[in-house]
Design a protein around this ligand. Structure first.
Ligand code: ASP
Length: 428
């Protein structure tokens, strides 16, 4: 019997999980939690989902380090690195800005924060402060944008790795790889072999972990649906719909146009090739955890060389977040509308700029954008507590924006590979 392709397996797991999660949600009452031998089904799902997530996270540090070091050292001379780095950053900046503008237009046109010509402040009970959310955001300790730059140079690289501060790890790895290009052959050669071997070992482990992906995804999605159900899906539906529409326009219209006209490739083939990674992003809501799968898909299915992918993708997982940037902007405008704030050009400009900058520093973990939105709200003078209302839909929107983040990275990597003269396997 032919084995079903991984993306189909994951898709089936998602559909099944929605069904099972919904049943569990309906069966759960204040006095009764469905379970087996005293253990609730939700906690079993939680355990399995966490196991899968942990397995993916386990390889992030060695994977990021080895892939960037090999990538940078392999590019060779400073000029080549500059050219590839320059193109990568340019593409990241342009696609993120475009994503933000799509979000800006969508929320301005649909105006979900205005109901019957009035700001939806009371309808959304925005005055009620949601202290725990505010505490959560503050607990993450992001003071201001300057922090992003400080984090690029962590005083202790081991601590940065242990705390998942990937930006610092990335900068360190780029420096390390670049330093290798300045060493004598005698010193550089063993280092290169070591890191290249580490990289390939990590990719092998990724393949093994992905064999369990349908089960992991089933557990992650089942848990979300079992806990939130669909009832919440009413109050903020227009805002969620506006975000989803904007994400869809960016992902399925604008990025494919870039792929077609700048990259000269068939966008549909790239999308199909990247689907396991996008579905993993959807279920984990974490770009970082998805990174191993993203690299695997872009090399095996899309045909981008390791030279390009090992530099562009690990960088993109933290630096390039199209979906997140779009969401930050949309959420800030929505809340500003709901509060009846005058959305002057200056205010909108501030929102766009901060969304662009913070999306660079946002970690690739679930709900990370809430921190960035808190920064934006502070800058335009809205109470941080307003974030509470976003929590209603945060998980599902997080799943969608993380998929778009991964898709944005993949599109950039494919286009850059083409600009570097690579054939790839997805020619138009
Ligand atoms: N969960 C997103 C990611 O990992 C970040 C966010 O938007 O919260 O890409």
């Amino acid at each position: 019997m032919r084995k079903l392709a991984l993306h189909w397996q994951i898709l089936i797991a998602i559909v099944a999980a929605i069904g099972v999660g919904f049943v569990l949600n309906v069966l759960t009452t204040e006095t009764h939690t469905p379970g087996l031998f005293g253990t609730s089904f939700v906690s079993i799902l939680d355990f399995v989902g966490e196991l899968f997530l942990n397995a993916l996270k386990m390889i992030i540090v060695p994977l990021i380090m080895s892939s960037i070091i090999v990538g940078v050292a392999g590019i060779g001379s400073g000029g080549d690195l500059g050219a590839l780095g320059g193109k990568t950053l340019l593409f990241y900046a342009v696609t993120t800005l475009v994503a933000i503008l799509v979000g800006l237009v969508a929320v301005n046109v649909i105006a979900p924060g205005i109901v019957d010509g009035q700001p939806a402040k009371d309808l959304l009970a925005l005055d009620a402060s949601v202290a725990d959310v505010a505490a959560r955001v503050e607990g993450r300790g992001v003071g201001d944008i300057a922090q992003v730059f400080l984090r690029m140079f962590p005083p202790n690289i081991v601590l940065a790795a242990a705390e998942g501060q990937l930006l610092g790890l990335i900068v360190f790895s780029i420096l390390f790889g670049f330093a290798m290009t300045r060493l004598s052959h005698e010193h550089a050669e063993p280092l290169f072999k070591f890191w290249d071997g580490t990289f390939h070992a990590m990719m092998k482990v990724t393949e093994w972990i992905m064999m369990a992906a349908p089960i992991g995804v089933f557990a992650l999605i089942g848990e979300v649906v079992a806990q939130t159900g669909f009832s919440a899906a009413q109050s903020l539906a227009t805002f969620a719909a506006a975000v989803l529409l904007a994400l869809a326009i960016h992902a399925f219209v604008l990025l494919p146009m870039l792929l077609r006209f700048v990259g000269g490739v068939n966008p549909f083939k790239v999308l199909l090739g990247m689907s396991p990674a996008m579905l993993t992003a959807f279920s984990t809501a974490s770009s970082s955890a998805t990174l191993p799968v993203t690299i695997d898909c872009i090399e095996k299915n899309v045909g981008v060389s390791n030279k390009v992918s090992s530099f562009v993708l690990p960088l993109g997982a933290t630096v390039n977040m199209n979906g997140t940037a779009l969401y930050e902007c949309a959420a800030a405008i929505f809340l500003a509308q709901a509060y009846g704030l005058d959305l002057t050009f200056g205010t909108q400009f501030t929102i766009v700029t901060i969304a662009l900058l913070t999306s660079i520093g946002v970690a690739g973990v679930p709900s990370a954008s809430l921190v960035a939105i808190a920064i934006i709200l502070g800058a335009i003078g809205l109470p941080v507590e307003a974030i509470g209302i976003l929590m209603v839909f945060d998980r599902i929107l997080d799943m969608c924006r993380t998929s778009v983040n991964i898709w944005g990275d993949a599109c950039c990597a494919t286009i850059i590979a083409r600009l570097q003269g690579e054939e790839t396997r997805v020619a138009a």
